[in-house]
Ligand binder design. Structure first.
Ligand SMILES: *Cc1c(COP(=O)(O)O)cnc(C)c1O
Length: 221
């Protein structure tokens, strides 16, 4: 037995009511995920399509699989049957591809739009201006097979806590603006996915509703 169950229990105790834990199980074996499952965890995050499908096929059906990485458009079709939520929709083209394929499958796919908040330019996502323009496009407003459930972002990987806090604050501000404006009649726009093992405590102070935690549960990769 590993410490997985205990780690999850300790993290859950730190989460305010209503905040969801996504256990990031990428690269980790089925046996460890099963242990987490046995301790009650039901939401798992993966960042490779093939790996997610393989694990979803082997593990219990009541697991909610979240795709958390950068998604290539040519993998959308195979992923859709398996995923409850796609966290990182980071471009108009990806958005349209998901809407098209989920339409073909008569599905409504829940997604989060990824916003670029980090100073590092290696991270994917919409800039704020770009996001606002995108949401005004007719086909985006009318997309019937996609449900925009909120926003997701990743802070810079740095020891500088003030910087991380500023970046999360920026994302929260954009989220609130959209929630009170553009999405004011859309109660499903409610999730703010931010915070990983190294920075989730800061993200919680900035009103995260979903933390994506891997190494603090399963050990380093
Ligand atoms: C790997 C990953 C995580 C989890 O990272 P940890 O530092 O192991 O908690 C969270 N979000 C995304 C997008 C990831 O790729």
């Amino acid at each position: 037995m590993s410490n997985v169950g205990q780690n999850i229990k300790e993290i859950l105790q730190e989460l305010p009511e209503g905040v969801k834990l996504v256990a990031v199980s990428k690269t980790k074996p089925i046996s460890l995920i099963q242990e987490a499952y046995n301790s009650g965890q039901r939401i798992f995050g993966e960042n490779k399509v093939g790996e997610l499908i393989e694990k979803a096929t082997e593990l219990p059906n009541d697991i909610e699989w979240h795709f958390i990485g950068h998604l290539q458009r040519n993998k959308v079709k195979s992923l859709l049957p398996y995923t409850a939520l796609i966290h990182g929709v980071d471009s108009p083209r990806l958005f349209r591809e998901i809407n098209k394929h989920s339409g073909n499958m008569n599905k409504t796919q829940n997604i989060l739009l990824q916003v670029h908040i980090a100073e590092e330019d290696t991270k994917f996502g919409f800039e704020e201006e770009e996001l606002l323009d995108f949401l005004e496009e007719e086909d985006v407003k009318n997309a019937e097979n996609i449900c925009i459930s909120g926003l997701m972002g990743m802070a810079t990987n740095t020891e500088d806590e003030m910087q991380v806090r500023r970046e999360f604050d920026k994302l929260r501000t954009i989220f609130l603006k959209l929630q009170q404006g553009y999405f004011k009649d859309s109660p499903q726009f409610k999730e703010l996915s931010m915070g990983m093992s190294g920075d989730y405590k800061i993200a919680l102070k900035e009103s995260s509703t979903m933390v994506r935690i891997g190494s603090a549960i399963f050990g380093s990769r």
